[in-house]
Write a protein that binds this ligand. Structure first.
Ligand code: ZN
Length: 315
């Protein structure tokens, strides 16, 4: 089906605003009520972007998306979480500790998904990844605050690899749980629900056994493929989620912008949406970013600062 001219024009504008083609495809599908798979529209957007050489406006912040795959505790049974079996087993029954098998990650604005795996040794893998986490302004993972980061920290402590006690993070699972009522908060479900696609199919326990106990290289490659797909899914899901959730980190200020600029993309192409007052009678301003569609709030003082700034620049 040929695309209407207005769709192409819309895509061109969105391509300059965001690097995420999946997000643009989804916007097109919704805006023009198209009955086509998001992935098919995404491919068309990607062709337009390449042909017209449209690069998204970049802001100098480093946002890291990542995911880890782990083995399991080997007891008299096999278990990913010990707490489910604590009635029957305890730490004295552990024959082999749970280790990290691979860590996959990508940077925002880059297509490449990288992987570090345990063939170089878990300790070396962690050393490498801690350096990467240290370069990031924000680390995003699904369940990252409850699982990935604390487990990485646990293995780092074990190996004596130093890492910071805190990182600037955003947990897409936490945000999904607190602000919505999804039937499930599994990334696989959320990907399918938002039309961006699901995970790679696998039998988790069989695959992990092959990798973790039998050192099966082919299954390790399959596991890495699975993990990399999760990172892409995570990044796509994050970009769809972003306008609907509160931010954890203000990037406008981090890159030297003003407090009223968009905290998500740093743009000053923003407008005031409405004014409200809190229970304590404090005035707040709800703002909208015209570039990335983020909605956020700022104090009245900062809003007044913005008006003065605009007045100075209009005269
Ligand atoms: Zn923005």
């Amino acid at each position: 089906m040929p695309y209407k001219k207005e769709i192409k024009e819309f895509a061109k504008v969105r391509c300059e605003q965001t690097p995420n083609n999946t997000q643009i495809a989804r916007d097109i599908k919704n805006k023009f009520n198209m009955d086509i798979d998001v992935d098919i529209i995404r491919k068309q957007v990607s062709r337009w972007r390449n042909k017209l050489k449209i690069a998204a406006k970049k802001i100098p912040i480093k946002r890291l998306f990542f995911d880890i795959e782990t083995g399991y505790y080997i007891l008299k049974i096999r278990a990913w979480q010990l707490r489910n079996f604590q009635r029957y087993f305890n730490y004295e029954d552990i024959e082999r500790e749970k280790e990290i098998i691979c860590i996959c990650y990508k940077w925002e604005y880059e297509d490449a998904v990288h992987c570090i795996d345990w063939r170089i040794g878990e300790k070396n893998m962690l050393k490498k990844f801690i350096k990467i986490m240290g370069e990031a302004d924000e680390c995003i993972a699904h369940s990252g605050e409850a699982f990935d980061v604390p487990f990485i920290r646990t293995r780092c402590l074990y190996h004596g690899v130093l890492m910071f006690p805190t990182y600037r993070t955003l947990d897409t699972l936490k945000k999904s749980r607190s602000g919505f009522l999804f039937a499930s908060n599994a990334l696989n479900y959320l990907g399918k629900f938002t039309g961006i696609g699901g995970k790679v199919e696998r039998h988790a326990m069989e695959q992990t056994k092959a990798v973790y106990e039998d050192k099966n290289e082919k299954e390790l490659e399959n596991m890495i493929t699975y993990c990399k797909r999760d990172v892409v899914l995570l990044s796509d899901y994050y970009h769809i989620l972003s306008p609907f959730i509160t931010h954890n980190n203000n990037f406008a200020v981090l890159i030297g912008g003003d407090k009223w600029d968009c905290p998500e993309c740093g743009s000053d192409n923003v407008e005031m949406h409405r004014t409200y007052t809190t229970a304590m009678g404090i005035i707040r301003r709800q703002m909208k970013c015209n570039d990335c569609k983020k909605q956020y709030k700022i104090s009245n003082k900062n809003y007044m600062g913005m008006l003065q700034h605009l007045m100075r620049h209009n005269h």
